[in-house]
Ligand binder design. Structure first.
Ligand code: B4P
Length: 192
């Protein structure tokens, strides 16, 4: 069983690396950002509430994302493992994830944190915003707000996994293939 947390600020490349990792390791991809955007496009009540917050660069309440992840884990209990992309984003989400996995006698194998400076994040997200149609990538002030949200609420999640000896940092600037190769090295070492 391999359960990975892919961590980093908005635009660090979590979604990009997840696509490569799920192909190589046959993991189920659980991206709370994608799950929330799917609720929005279906026009559900949850989606309407989430959209307001996401469009302002704010995090969606813990109970909403925890509920989504809980049902996805239950639906895929026979999977080879999961890659958690953009989740957990707060310490209560990390605690809830540990409790959910415990129900299936599982735990997190390791957290890979992609480290990218703010200038590069803003550049990447503004570029993605030109084609993604994502309102949260639309302007620099909103991206800065997402970074502040990350620094205040999400960064402490790294300490949570460091205390469990599961935290591994990688330079997230460089060629996508090189970052992928480093991630695979870490995963190999964690599985020993
Ligand atoms: P997410 O959908 O999780 O997205 P993200 O942080 O914007 O992006 P990611 O890091 O995946 O970047 P990507 O690979 O696409 O979150 C969106 C919103 O949803 C949040 O702000 C929040 O409101 C809400 N939300 C989600 N999860 C939540 C939770 N658990 N709790 C509460 N709220 C939650 O890469 C970005 C760009 O960089 C791409 O264009 C890519 O091509 C490029 N790129 C990637 N790697 C590169 C590299 N090495 N070099 C150059 N460019 C690169």
């Amino acid at each position: 069983m391999l359960n990975l947390v892919l961590f980093g600020p908005p635009g660090a490349g979590k979604g990009t690396q997840s696509q490569k990792l799920i192909e190589k390791y046959g993991l189920i991809h659980l991206s709370t950002g994608d799950l929330l955007r799917s609720e929005i496009s279906q026009g559900t009540e949850l989606g309407l509430k989430a959209k307001k917050l996401m469009d302002e660069g704010l995090l969606v309440p813990d109970e909403v994302v925890i509920g989504m992840i809980e049902s996805k884990i239950a639906d895929n209990r026979d999977a080879a493992g999961f890659i958690f992309d953009g989740f957990p984003r707060t310490v209560p989400q990390a605690e809830a994830l540990d409790q959910l996995l415990e129900k299936y006698d599982q735990g997190i194998t390791c957290m890979i944190a992609l480290q990218v400076d703010e200038q590069e994040l803003v550049k990447r997200l503004l570029l993605r915003g030109k084609t993604s149609g994502r309102p949260d990538d639309a302007d620099e002030a909103l991206i800065q707000k997402r970074v502040v949200e990350y620094n205040t609420k999400t960064r402490p999640v790294a300490d949570y996994y460091a205390q469990q000896g599961k935290f591994y940092a990688i330079d997230g600037i460089g060629e996508i293939e090189d970052i992928f190769a480093k991630s695979c090295e870490i995963i190999g070492a964690c599985q020993l």
